[in-house]
Design a protein around this ligand. Sequence first.
Ligand code: SAH
Length: 251
Amino acid sequence: MEAEFLALLAQLHKTQKRQGPGGDPETEKALMLAALDQSRSLSIADIGCGTGASALTLARCLDAEITAIDFLPDFIDELGIRAEKAGLSHKISPHVGSMDDLPFSDGSLDAIWFEGAIYNIGFENGLSAWRRFLKPGGVLVASEITWITNSRPNEVQTYWEGEYPEIDTASSKLRVLEACGYAPLGYFVLPENCWIENYYQPLQERVPEFVAEHPDNELVASIAEAEKFEREIYLKFKAFYSYGVYIARKI
Ligand code: SAH
């Protein structure tokens, strides 16, 4: 069941440019705030990379070796094809692997990048576990679901606390970063177009095709329904939450 579910999710999403909210200008903005030393080649990990929207942007912008990791082989295969087509395969090593068992040695990375992925292991858990892979002064960039107002309606609070109990305000997330041994360098909020134009709209166009590929499949119907529900919650409550993008240096 779990394997079938993941295979279906991979099939739904692998045709998409990105598998979560985000945007190329926002990846570049995070890169600017990270202020990496670009006088030499950099070693970067993109974790939970999906089909590689951020890895491709980083490869376009930097002289870097980017190890892009995701546990779904379909996404990694697709990233390999996209990197090849973009003429960037010399900078990107796509790798099938799990974020709780990363193939890096201690102190080896200039930057670790997570867009829309750290929730799979938890913000605090991920920050603590991966700090050791960074070089001294290395930078972590992570987008994380964040309350963008100090209070909010019960309906959205209950929904998100059920989905992701670590959801919190930016000030709380910054404290977690500090407690885990990072110095915050920057924070910004993903704008609406990163959710709607870049993620939900293309997915909404893809869903009917996906459902038609699997007639009378209850699991497929439930995936389509869950996608619609999540989108509707976003449209109704977008004033209260978004992805916050956190940029922090290892201390
Ligand atoms: N960073 C991409 C994908 C975000 S969606 C983007 O912004 O478009 C979250 C990604 O995390 C998915 O591709 C999913 O396959 C991956 N993922 C989830 N759990 C994982 C795990 N335990 N190890 C590695 N990747 C994981």
